[in-house]
Design a protein around this ligand. Structure first.
Ligand code: PSV
Ligand code: MN
Ligand code: MN
Length: 431
């Protein structure tokens, strides 16, 4: 039996007050969908099956590199973060897994962590390594890079760290390693592009060789930051080249915030998927750069267009199952609320993409009817499918309105009492 963080009675009472409104909204939407040949029950079931993993580093107030404003009752260690993840999942029912960042969230006892997570109905998704910061007591510095560093001793240390992360992940039941490095240069001429990339490939291949047979490795590209002139894995092209070179189970991970403004991310998604190299996502939103804003907060249409590609590819490759994770950083919201909300926005984009009438769209595409082709996408996007998300949560024992249930529960205020601020609290490291 699952240990629930929020009083199930409180959720049930609130749901009971909201259910008759939901029932009539749901019936009306069901009729509307049925007129177009759709089946609301199938969609609700698909919404219930949808899952996106929570970032262990997203439960604290990440802040920006200028300042961090700690919130009340922030989790001080990975166990308290797991408690908060359990709250997000209990209410929103879309986030049954946690993606760990190591060493930020290294557990002293992995089997205890696994037990506690499982007790709360959670499991572990892809593991993230960290060679973009120096860690205590580590002999070599990553100031000038890690996997692509000019010094073999630094590269070896970075490879070793990744292998340790794999070992830990095995104990936790994970089956993927996500590698993002900040390696690059700040000045033209500082680094030889060719030699740095070759060193990266050698190091990454060594990590790949240590991967268990049923694991995959995800290479995450990012245009810039912390390196501002060049970055070793700066775009999907470099990521694709590296993943192709390294091996079959090496794939590319798309973080929505890691592209130049206005880049057509959905087309990158399509390209990588078509060639079997799309491994996963870090969902978030961005206005200017790697802003790590909540998913769908700036450009929900782009998120929908990404899911349009994902649904399209699933019809061609039924076993296609990329890793879905949130990667966001909070400075002005309660992280639990933002994560509940973001997960629902990603789920919403998925359900709307399922509504697209694909054979009609194909007809307009082949007939070069640009107006009706885009209108077919908009017809799906413009429909309010909130009753489907609400019903999916209700049927999974979540909350029809998870944010108001969370606020009514008083969970944060209780954390404020139970978790006095501590110097040990592990945040995203961006302080
Ligand atoms: C880098 O900007 C990144 O997106 C990577 O996924 C890191 O693991 C994460 O942010 C750290 O916050
Ligand atoms: Mn990311
Ligand atoms: Mn990022």
């Amino acid at each position: 039996t699952t240990k629930f963080m929020i009083d199930t009675q409180l959720i049930a009472e609130q749901n009971a007050r909201q259910q008759s409104a939901l029932d009539s909204d749901y019936a009306a939407l069901g009729e509307r969908l049925a007129r177009a040949g759709g089946d609301i029950e199938t969609l609700t079931e698909q919404a219930r099956q949808f899952a996106v993993a929570l970032p262990s580093w997203g439960l604290g107030t990440g802040g920006t590199r200028f300042a961090r404003f700690p919130g009340m009752g922030e989790p001080r260690n990975i166990f308290e973060k797991i408690d908060d993840c359990a709250v997000v999942h209990q209410l929103g029912q879309a986030t049954p897994a946690v993606s760990l960042h190591i060493p930020w969230d290294t557990p002293s006892d992995p089997s205890e962590l696994l037990q506690i997570a499982n007790d709360r109905g959670l499991h572990f998704d892809a593991m993230n390594s960290n060679t973009f910061q120096d860690q205590k007591a580590q002999p070599e510095s990553y100031k000038y890079g890690s996997l692509s560093h000019s010094s073999k001793a630094v590269r070896d240390q970075a490879v070793e760290h990744n292998i340790e992360v794999i070992e830990l992940g095995r104990k936790l039941g994970s089956n993927a390693l996500t590698v993002w490095v900040g390696d690059g240069s700040n000045f033209p001429g500082q680094q030889n592009f060719n030699r740095a990339f070759s060193r990266y490939l050698d190091s990454t291949s060594a990590i790949y060789n240590a991967l268990p047979d049923d694991w995959s490795m995800q290479l995450e590209h990012k245009m810039f930051e912390p390196a501002f002139y060049s970055t070793v894995i700066q775009d999907w092209g470099s990521s694709y080249l590296a993943a192709t070179q390294i091996g079959e189970r090496c794939k590319c991970l798309v973080d929505l915030g890691h592209h130049a403004p206005n880049v057509n991310i959905e087309m990158i998604v399509s390209r990588l998927a078509q060639f079997g190299k799309l491994g996963g996502f870090h969902f978030n939103d961005s206005k200017y750069g790697d802003d790590d804003l909540d998913s769908g907060s700036i450009n929900p249409y782009q998120l929908f267009l990404v899911f349009n590609e994902l649904v399209d590819i699933t019809q061609r490759q039924p076993n296609f199952a990329p890793f879905y994770m949130l990667d966001q950083s909070h400075n002005v919201t309660d992280p639990i609320e933002s994560l509940i909300y973001s997960a629902a926005e990603v789920q919403r984009a998925y359900v709307k993409a399922l509504l697209i009438d694909r054979s009609t769209l194909e007809g307009y595409q082949d007939g070069n009817d640009a107006l009706m082709a885009q209108a077919t996408l908009k017809a799906a996007y413009n429909l309010d499918i909130e009753p489907i998300l609400q019903m999916a949560r209700l049927r999974s024992n979540g909350a029809i309105d998870p944010i108001s249930a969370y606020r009514a529960s008083g969970y944060r205020a209780q954390c404020g009492k139970d978790r006095p601020a501590s110097k040990n609290s592990s945040g995203s490291g961006i302080v």
